[in-house]
Write a protein that binds this ligand. Sequence first.
Ligand SMILES: Nc1nc2c(ncn2[C@@H]2O[C@H](COP(=O)(O)OP(=O)(O)OP(=O)(O)O)[C@@H](O)[C@H]2O)c(=O)[nH]1
Ligand SMILES: [Mg+2]
Length: 617
Amino acid sequence: MGRTAENREIRNIAIIAHVDHGKTTLVDAMFRQSGLLRAGQVVDERIMDSLDLERERGITIAAKNCSVSWRGVKINIIDTPGHSDFGAEVERALSMADGAILLVDASEGPLPQTRFVLKKTLEKGLKVIVVINKIDRKDAQVSRVLEAVYDLFIDLGAGDDQIDFPVLSAAGRDGIAKRKLNEETDNIHQLLDAIVDEIPPPVYDPDEPFQMLVSDLGYSDYLGRLAVGKIINGTVSSNRLLVCIDRDGKQIPLKVTKLQKYEGLSYRPAESVSAGDIAVLAGIDDVKIGDTICTREHPKALPRITVDEPTISMRFTINDSPFSGQEGRFVQSTKIRERLFKETLMNVAIRMEEDRERDSFIVKGRGEFQMAILIETMRREGFEFCVGRPHVIYRYENGKKLEPIERLFVDCEEEFLGVVTEKLAQRKARMMGLVHDDSGRARAEFSAPSRALIGYRDEFLTDTKGTGVMNSYFAGYEEFRGDFNKRVTGSIVADRPGKAVAYALFNLEARGRLFVRPGDPGYEGMIVGEHNRDSDINVNPTKEKKLSNMRAAGKDDAVVLTPVRPITIERALNFIRDDEMVEITPKSVRMKKTILSAMTRKTLRPDSSAGSGRSPI
Ligand SMILES: Nc1nc2c(ncn2[C@@H]2O[C@H](COP(=O)(O)OP(=O)(O)OP(=O)(O)O)[C@@H](O)[C@H]2O)c(=O)[nH]1
Ligand SMILES: [Mg+2]
């Protein structure tokens, strides 16, 4: 073991919490009050949510770095997502941090993802500052929530010094944070002080040569690929000859053409960057997250970033519908492969395998929402492709089949608990706990197979009349709990090409719920609706009324159709079955049978009309 030294000019913190507990909003307050933004400067809310999809959905998708300066100390901040599908982003962010701010909503208390992110942080031995946030909420219960946080630390086996965490109460949106709940303040200075005083500065070994762990990749139009990471030891300067050590231990020589470090929201050129700080290196093409960048003279790899294994998989193929190539710029399999491969480089949670036999790609990740975001991102870039139904990834150990299991927390009005519990029980979920509170709400905890939850959220919201809240975290693999039958419905499938016609749709309404409107183009094998029964039916949505009777023809225009809810990517992924796919283009989301011809479907699989486990939407 070498010597250790501290870089007291730096603090590296990750901001972690359950989804929506106010992380990104708190970072805004840090920007404002550390002098980064001019007084009165008008900026968007949640400045760090810079991706289009983050702004549209109001949620953080990727962990991102920024920095503020406080009392002469540079604080590198990593804002992380709270949605469980993006949990790997938190694990990646923690690889750059020496401490974490755990935000907990003052009314909701610790929720499943609070547990997940705290567990990862404690496992790394990082110091935590607890911030009970949103104390301005009328239903805030600061002391009860704080008690629950202590319980959580104990439950997760926190060490004594970790349990001895500093606590602040905050209203991030109002820019307030304080140690004592009843003290008056109009700023978050005490929080910034706590970061400087209580989060340990990064330590390094002054005798070791330069080593940096690549924790993020960026891209600049001028500089090309950027490698972002914490400098673990030594110092780096521009134009140094270095090597990058990859997963297999291979050393790839490289030269840093430009060296930068974080300053506020972006990065600025730097002569050199020293141990403990986060550097942004340009000039390195062949680098991946988890690689070590070090000197050619002393190449020594750091432990790679590890993230939980993917639990779900989905098939991506070229768009083989008759409409293929009409709306997208990138349609070829080579382009899709290239794009998915790029995703695996930038996104530690995503893996990709090629299935040459079926000219398709198996993409693995953490959840349906994460997949939906990847699909949406690709279609906006101009891609056209098809995807299959998400499947959970099974494992086999000692001859036993194992499946991913989630810990599910349901919060709903008591009157809906019965139906929720019944449906979950049908899906092999087990109730682990139940608390009734005074306000007539029930909180139930289940251990549920991940496959039971795919596509369940919509149904849950319907069953609880929109008032239920459900949250889950991945608890690990357990023995397969056996098949289960869900309530099933079939598909209403077009049997020919052509535009849908009001008259035909009106007559089809009795058969189920429709997805298309009059005038929507279609093709044979396209799914135009959800059948009320558990079988598929082939129909003609283009059928016009015979114009033999003038009066009747006039009436036709007056047909009133039930409004059609637009098909979103998430809805489509929840809806399709194993023999169906979603067709995605920059302009459209359509669902179709994998085999388009009704005749071929019939000959290949005479029983293909039987429903196979779709829940109604
Ligand atoms: N009442 C109240 N609401 C707040 C406060 N801070 C944030 N919010 C609101 O909470 C919601 C979520 O805020 P975000 O900052 O996006 O939360 P987040 O933790 O970054 O969310 P994810 O990154 O998606 O996990 C927004 O509607 C905010 O306006 C606060 O101090 N008080
Ligand atoms: Mg956020």
